[in-house]
Each structure stands twice: as structure tokens, then as C-alpha cells.
Design a protein around this ligand. Structure first.
Ligand SMILES: Nc1nc2c(ncn2[C@@H]2O[C@H](COP(=O)(O)OP(=O)(O)O)[C@@H](O)[C@H]2O)c(=O)[nH]1
Ligand SMILES: [Mg+2]
Length: 457
């Protein structure tokens, strides 16, 4: 057996307020890590987080307080040398850390330098919107004297005013040629992978663990996307299969529509919350605006070709086509004979459970009941909104503070096109909807349809 590897230790360092704590939040996918603030010097001490794969710790990240007065510190370090003495960087730092100023005037800086000395490398975080000022160059010089590899991370690159070329040039002049572009609030899609790959170039011994981390993160990303598509598919099946039986009466119908609207609205919110949780965000990180256009539809899905097929009824092309087109009234008249025949056929075929449901719904029709279902356009709308949310989640860093708004897409495209076949099918299976009484959600066929629909999303 091979010895478990020691986790790679990284110190996250840089000027105050450049996004060090934010970078840690995003890399650890932990919205609660540390304290993020636009005020300077919120992080007063060193705080660590660990990334593990299969229970094995691969990486330790240490957040540090910001460096505030590097110019004065560099001056001080230079004056630590006695006449005729030539100390190298680490030796000079060692002398500084033993001295009293490390506990007084430069207490913050000493914490940072101690952490970097105890780490394998440092991530030097830069606010790429800032001009390259002398204080940053001095900061880098002080940090470089620890003798540890430093990887500059250009943060805030999603901002329009970033000065990436200036920083690239300045860093090159200091001998730092590798750097990573990042944004903790809106990270580039391959940002993490590039960061770890660049580290692997600086730390050849840690390549194995960094590659494992990269592979694991890729696998997690795919698994998340698959689970997300399933959550959305389940929402759509739930809504497509949802049906309410209502006595024909204006007031009762109005009430039923309002209840259906609430049920769908809440169901959508449940999906939003499940997606947020899956992506490790908080419930307040997204809010769905109200669903427009939710009127429900008065359907004759009883004569949906899928219902008939389910009952083993062979219908002529004419009836099936008429049903698909929603020619409800004619079929209602013919419903009795068709229904009776269907019942006999279904019982003979052993589909008693289905036949009972079918029979009740048919009786309902004859007693003046109407069936309310969720309109196609609402299903389209739900699909669009949830996909939009998913896209936002895929692009969101765990340092983001503002919340995502889920609005209705403006384009009209969603009204058109064919609905996925699975949704039409679901209309004929009320037991597939958690919004109906007596749902049977673990039915294999329902699961299959969810899987199929998820693949289409
Ligand atoms: N837009 C944007 N804002 C960021 C980014 N990184 C940090 N911030 C914001 O910058 C401020 C300082 O961040 P913080 O992580 O506390 O900086 P620290 O002092 O270096 O730890 C906070 O308001 C963050 O929300 C980024 O990459 N993009
Ligand atoms: Mg901080």
C-alpha cells in the first residue's frame, strides 16, 4: 500500500480587499467560509479549509489577513541587515519574525508571512481593476523573499475595467510568468482547472494530487448537471400529469384554477430550492418572479392517444387524430361507448388499476365534472425558467453576494415547437404527479420518463 499523500498547503495572500476570502469561498464551494466584506481588513487571522476526494485530504487552503503596509515593511526588512551583511530573503524574514516588530507594528504582515513559510506555495490574489502601484510591487518582493512558489491570481477579470495587460507585464518584470485569470463571483468555466494545472507546473511533486482534484471536480460537475436535469424533468412531469376534477360551475372553476396556480407555483419553488441546494447555494440566493399566464386548461386528455394505448384500446386513426387535436366535444358524446369498450378491454388486459381510474374519470364527465390540467405554455415556461436558473448556477461563484432573479424569458420562441413526447405521455398518467392524490412516484416507468426527459433538457 502506498502512504497517503500529505495534503498540499496553499496560502492565499495579497493586499487587503482584493478577494482572498472570496476566492476561498469559490474554490471550496462554501458560501459560508470566512467573512467577505467590501470593507478592508475583515479577515484578521488565518483560517483554513480543506478539499478532499474519497475522504483523502488533497489540498489545504489558508486564508490570511491582507497586507497593508508592504512599503514600510520592505524598508524595515532592508534595515535589518547589519553593516557588511548580505542575508537572503528567508534569512532576513527569519530575523524579522524573531524580532519585536513582528508582534507590534507588523503583526498582520507577520501572520501572513508565517503562513506562507509554512505552506508549499502561495496564491497571490490581485484585484485586476487596480493600477499596478508601487505598494503591490513591494508586497510581491516581501512575499517572494519567503522562497516559496507564488502563483498570481488575477481576480475580478469579469469586470469591464480590468487591467490584465498591465498586470501581466508588471508580473513578468518581477519574474512571475505563470498566472491565472479568475473571478470569484463569476468564475470562468475552466478557471479552477487552469488554476490547479498552473500549480502543478510550479509544484511538480504535487502533480498527482492536483490531477486527482481536477478529475474529481470534473466528475462532480457532470454529476451535478445530471441531477439538475432530473430535478427539472421531475418538475415538468409533475405538472404535465397534474389534473383536477371540478364540477362545472363558474365559481368552483375559478377556485380550482387558483388552487392549481398555487400548486404549480409552489412546485416550481421546490425545484428552485432543490437546485440551489444541489449547487451548494442558499435558499435566498435565487428568487423566482411570479409565473405569468397560468390559467390551466380544460382538457379532454381522457381521449389522449396515450390514455387509450395504456388501456390497450385500438382506435382508428380518425379518433386518435381528433383526440390529439383536442376535439373534445365530439368525443365526449362518443365517450360512453368508447369508454365501455375500453373498460372491458382493460379489465381483460389486466390493467384493472388503470381501468378504475379511467372509469371514474369517465363517470365524472357524465356527471358534469370537468378536468383541469396545466397548459402547455406553462410547461414550456417552467422548462425555460429552470434552465435559465441552471445556467446561472453553473456560472455562479460561491463568493457571489447578490441573488439571482428568475424572470420569464422575453423571447416568444417558447410558445412554439413540439413539447417533448414524454410530457404528452405524462398527461395520461395522473399517478405520476406528486400534485395529485395517491401518486406513485417510484414507478419504474415514471423514472424512465424522467430520465428520458432529463437527457433532452
Ligand atoms: N465582482 C467581483 N467582486 C469580488 C470578487 N472578489 C471579491 N469581490 C468583492 O470584493 C470585496 C472584498 O472581498 P473579500 O473576499 O472580503 O476580500 P479580502 O479582503 O481580500 O478577503 C467583497 O465585496 C467581494 O464581494 C470578484 O472576483 N468579482
Ligand atoms: Mg478576507
Amino acid at each position: 500500500m502506498t502512504e497517503p499523500m500529505k495534503p498540499l498547503k496553499l496560502a492565499v495572500v495579497g493586499h487587503t480587499n482584493v478577494g482572498k476570502t472570496s476566492l476561498l469561498r469559490t474554490l471550496t464551494r462554501d458560501v459560508g467560509f470566512g467573512e467577505v466584506s467590501h470593507r478592508p481588513s475583515t479577515t484578521r487571522h488565518v483560517e483554513g479549509a480543506r478539499l478532499s476526494v474519497d475522504g483523502e485530504a488533497l489540498l489545504e487552503l489558508y486564508d490570511t489577513p491582507g497586507l497593508e503596509d508592504a512599503i514600510a515593511l520592505l524598508d524595515y526588512l532592508e534595515r535589518l541587515e547589519r553593516p557588511g551583511e548580505r542575508l537572503d530573503g528567508p534569512a532576513r524574514l527569519a530575523r524579522f519574525l524573531e524580532g519585536s516588530e513582528a508582534r507590534q507594528r507588523f503583526e498582520q504582515e507577520a501572520k501572513v508571512l508565517r503562513q506562507l513559510l509554512a505552506s508549499d506555495a502561495g496564491l497571490y490574489v490581485i484585484d485586476a481593476r487596480e493600477p499596478v502601484l508601487a505598494k503591490y510591487r513591494d508586497e510581491l518582493e516581501v512575499l517572494a523573499s519567503c522562497g516559496k512558489p507564488l502563483l498570481p491570481v488575477l481576480n475580478f477579470v469579469s469586470s469591464a475595467q480590468h487591467r490584465e495587460p498591465d498586470w501581466r507585464e508588471a508580473l513578468a518584470r518581477l519574474g512571475l510568468h505563470a498566472l491565472v485569470r479568475f473571478d470569484s463571483v463569476a468564475p470562468p468555466e475552466d478557471g479552477e482547472r487552469r488554476l490547479y494545472e498552473s500549480l502543478a507546473l510550479l509544484l511538480e511533486n504535487a502533480r498527482g494530487q492536483l490531477e486527482r482534484l481536477i478529475a474529481d471536480q470534473q466528475a462532480q460537475r457532470l454529476a451535478r448537471q445530471h441531477s439538475a436535469a432530473r430535478l427539472i424533468a421531475e418538475l415538468l412531469i409533475d405538472c404535465a400529469a397534474c389534473r383536477r376534477s371540478v364540477t362545472s360551475d363558474a365559481e368552483l372553476e375559478r377556485q380550482a384554477i387558483s388552487e392549481l396556480r398555487n400548486a404549480v407555483r409552489q412546485r416550481e419553488q421546490r425545484c428552485v430550492e432543490a437546485l440551489l441546494k444541489l449547487y451548494a447555494f442558499r435558499p435566498q440566493d435565487a428568487a423566482a418572479s411570479d409565473l405569468p399566464l397560468l390559467d390551466g386548461r380544460w382538457g379532454d386528455d381522457l381521449f389522449n392517444p396515450a390514455t387509450l394505448k395504456q388501456l390497450g384500446v385500438q382506435v382508428g386513426g380518425g379518433i386518435a387524430a381528433g383526440a390529439a387535436a383536442g376535439a373534445g366535444v365530439d368525443l365526449l358524446v362518443g365517450g360512453l361507448t368508447l369508454g365501455a369498450a375500453a373498460l372491458v378491454g382493460a379489465i381483460a388486459g389486466g390493467a384493472l388499476q388503470t381501468a378504475r381510474g379511467y372509469g371514474n374519470r369517465l363517470m365524472g364527465k357524465l356527471k358534469g365534472q370537468r378536468e383541469l390540467t396545466v397548459d402547455d405554455s406553462v410547461l414550456r415556461l417552467l422548462a425555460l425558467r429552470q434552465r435559465q436558473l441552471l445556467q446561472a448556477l453553473n456560472q455562479r461563484g460561491h463568493a457571489a453576494l447578490d441573488s439571482i432573479r428568475i424572470d420569464t424569458p422575453q423571447d416568444k420562441g417558447w410558445r412554439e415547437g413540439k413539447l417533448p413526447e414524454t410530457l404528452n405521455k405524462a398527461r395520461a398518467y395522473p399517478q405520476w404527479s406528486s400534485l395529485n392524490a395517491h401518486p406513485r412516484l417510484s414507478q419504474a416507468e415514471r423514472q424512465e420518463q424522467i430520465e428520458q426527459l432529463a437527457a433532452q433538457l
